[in-house]
Design a protein around this ligand. Sequence first.
Ligand code: F3S
Length: 79
Amino acid sequence: AKYTWVDKDTCIACGACGATAPDIFDYDDEGLAEVIYQSDANRGVTEIEEGLYDDLQDACDGCPTDSIKIADEPFNKEG
Ligand code: F3S
């Protein structure tokens, strides 16, 4: 299983991830990215479906600040 979470402390609102993986990432009012997949609310607790793994990895690889985190276990962040 894969889970993802955006570290907003390091995101610079470059806008790449939402373009690469729009089913997983969107932006808040400040343009910072967050995981919106299945109402995850950037908690990193929602298992990403396998069909989106390529998009997820591409977004992670494309983030200039390495703010997109991916793990095999839920992150359990607060948002
Ligand atoms: Fe932020 Fe990286 Fe996305 S800088 S907007 S998390 S590509």
